[in-house]
Design a binder for this molecule. Structure first.
Ligand code: SF4
Ligand code: FES
Length: 190
């Protein structure tokens, strides 16, 4: 077992566990958007940021991908961490002002819509990849994929046509944290 501290209290975890694994196991709240226990971590949203002091320096890392190490000191709600989270949630809220999960995150962090809030798009896709990973890793088919690159990156079906692989199970709609997949689903499922 590996011993380290979270918010000044000692915890143990097994080799290979992440900070988020140990925190969740012990009921310590760390917000996430792109994480789901049923699929591999992807590190897209960065909401799960925590501050880690490894004895040499202190830095902000993403807890869903950071493996625990003996002796590290983790802070889940330091001012630095809260600043990062608020900044991320501000961007999410401005793009998806009506998504319940994002509204709740914003409320808990005291974030309100900014003057850059988008109008006409209530449920934007934030490219968290949960739908793609669930389709591939849980359902076992490849009905969804990422298309394009950079600013034009998007979720689509292979070859941009209704996917023959799609079982119509709706798992992608279920895991989507913003509601965007509901709008994309009919295009993918055909
Ligand atoms: S459609 Fe939803 S689940 Fe899929 S990448 Fe976009 S926000 Fe994430
Ligand atoms: S939950 Fe860790 S990066 Fe999204």
């Amino acid at each position: 077992m590996i011993t380290f501290s979270i918010n000044g209290q000692e915890y143990e975890g097994q080799e290979g566990w992440t900070i988020l694994d140990v925190a969740r196991w012990n009921g310590i709240e760390i917000p996430t958007l792109c994480h789901h226990g049923a699929v591999e971590p992807y590190g897209a949203c960065r909401l799960c940021a925590v501050e880690v002091d490894d004895g040499r320096r202190s830095r902000v890392v993403i807890s869903c991908m950071y493996p625990i190490k003996a002796g590290i000191k983790v802070q889940t709600h330091s001012p630095r961490v809260l600043n990062v989270r608020r900044w991320i949630v501000q961007l999410l809220l401005d793009e998806s002002p009506e998504a319940p999960q994002i509204k709740e995150l914003a409320r808990s962090l005291g974030v309100t819509p900014s003057r850059f809030q988008k109008t006409g798009v209530d449920f934007a896709c934030h490219l968290c990849g949960l739908c793609v990973r669930t389709c591939q890793e849980v359902v076992g088919v490849q009905a969804l994929t990422f298309g394009n690159r950079g600013l034009r990156k998007e979720i689509t079906s292979p070859f941009r046509t209704a996917s023959k692989d799609c079982l119509g199970c709706g798992s992608c709609v279920y895991v989507c944290p913003t509601g965007a997949m509901e709008q994309l689903f009919s295009r993918v499922a055909g």
